[in-house]
Design a binder for this molecule. Structure first.
Ligand SMILES: [Zn+2]
Length: 453
């Protein structure tokens, strides 16, 4: 007989709800607690996360290097002295110890694994225990609720269902913790845009969630079908990845809100209907902003890199994750939406070279690595990021190899297939890029130019 583990026996929803109240209970429960109580709660949760993290070589080795042990933790300020890590460290950990790396492991009970959306290199797996998942969804549900979504809503979910996190975490939060009816349509590859528009119309959908540029496209499809986005739909709320203002304008002023999330963190932040920043859940995450060069903690209002510590994750405990996203902490104040939690200024760009193409994270270095692999190319390349009304765009310039007669079209097609995402590929003559990359002049040739700012 094979052993089984039933999900419902592995999680204790009663205690989870008490620890991390779902919406709207969280508004009352979290605002009632004093600053001292909140600090004690945070310290207790942080200790548990540190104890768990210390079991993983990814953390124990880094901490040993700075002489830290979890038992040393006396006050929250000590957290700032611990080393940070980035997605590049996670990739290294996975490459050296596939398939999960040394920063995560199963902790008993059923787990979910979801993957980063990187189209170059291997997608990064992220392990979630049942408890991790439930709490992450409660946090997600708080943001969706604060954006105005409730049990009466009929929600079109046009995020891509599949190995990535966005669609499923939204779906679960809406279904399990808000009670909304979700139409799991996914992207246009799964349910055609015409059918999505027809369904939103027929089912009187009141909310639509998805990537901003796709929601803009859907509004245009609606017009093509003879439907007026202003009057023929029951939409009241849009929750989008990307440019919320564009989606709102396309749907004739239906309010659109941004969430903040990463593959590792799920969705720790979200805009509420009162706007004025992105809320976080102080009972679930410690959010710090540090100076990009000095690493010093930044005062309220000053920009820097967003550093996250999760207070609940156990399969992959997250301690001082440098998202490389830029933002600023906003002064603590009571928000008209009722939530008392901390806000940040929202996403103010990347502190490294990552380009978001239609919601997918692209690293120019990875694009370049692929560009150098084709025998018809000589290894010289330049990635140029630019900004268009629809979002970021990336152009890859590739030099041809002298010796190999090459069919340019074949190389372009090969690169596009390997990259797995639509980017512009420009084939260049040998040596044509040298003046831009500084090849032979600079110690390190310029491989990436950012024309977005
Ligand atoms: Zn608010």
């Amino acid at each position: 007989m094979r052993e089984t583990i039933a999900y419902h026996g592995a999680v204790d929803p009663g205690s989870i709800v008490q620890e991390y109240p779902p919406p709207p209970m969280h508004v009352m429960q979290l605002s009632r607690i004093s600053e001292d109580e909140a600090a004690a709660r945070t310290l207790g949760r942080l200790r548990r996360v540190l104890d768990r993290a210390a079991q993983l070589p990814f953390y124990s080795e880094r901490w040993a290097a700075v002489g830290f042990e979890p038992a040393d933790l006396r006050e929250l300020d000590q957290l700032s002295a611990l080393p940070t890590f980035t997605v590049h460290d996670l990739r290294e950990s996975i490459d050296a110890n596939p398939p999960f790396g040394l920063h995560q492991s199963r902790v008993g009970g059923p787990h979910r694994v979801l993957f980063s959306g990187g189209t170059t290199g291997s997608p990064r797996p992220v392990l979630h225990s049942a408890r991790d998942r439930e709490i992450g969804e409660i946090i997600q549900a708080r943001h969706l609720w604060a954006a105005g979504i409730g049990a009466d809503d009929v929600v079109m979910n046009s995020f891509g269902y599949g190995p990535h996190n966005a669609a499923s975490t939204m779906h679960e939060a809406l279904y399990r913790w808000i009670g909304a009816l979700v139409l799991p349509v996914s992207t246009g590859n799964v349910t055609s845009s015409r059918l999505q528009v027809t369904m939103a119309h027929q089912f009187r959908a009141t909310a639509w969630i998805g990537m901003s540029d796709y929601l803009v496209h859907l509004a245009n499809v609606a017009r093509d079908l003879g439907l007026d986005p202003a009057t023929d739909f029951a939409l009241q709320t849009l929750v989008v990845g990307g440019d919320a203002a564009l989606a709102s304008a396309a749907w004739c002023g239906v309010p659109a809100y941004n969430l903040y999330g990463t593959y590792e963190l799920q969705t720790p932040g979200g805009e509420c209907w009162a706007r004025g920043g992105v809320h976080f859940s102080d009972d679930a995450h410690i959010v710090q902003v540090r100076h990009e060069e000095t690493g010093e903690p930044q005062p309220d209002g000053a920009r820097g890199q967003l550093i996250f510590t999760s207070l609940y994750n156990e399969a992959f405990p997250i301690v001082r994750f440098n998202t490389l996203d830029r933002s600023a902490l906003l002064p603590v104040e009571q928000c008209p939406c009722g939530q008392s939690s901390r806000k940040i200024a929202g996403f103010l760009g990347r502190s490294d070279t990552m380009v978001k193409l239609r919601g997918i994270n692209i690293y120019p270095e990875d694009v370049g690595r692929i560009a150098t692999e084709h025998p018809g190319a000589n290894g010289e390349y330049l990635c140029v990021a630019s900004r268009t009304p629809g979002g970021d765009d990336l152009t890859l310039h590739v030099e041809l190899a002298d010796a190999v007669p090459a069919d340019e079209e074949v190389i372009v097609r090969w690169l596009r297939e390997r990259l797995g995402v639509r980017i512009t590929v420009e084939i260049e003559r040998p040596g044509a890029l040298a003046s831009q990359t500084g090849l032979g002049v600079r110690t390190k040739p310029v491989r990436f130019r950012d024309d977005r700012t």
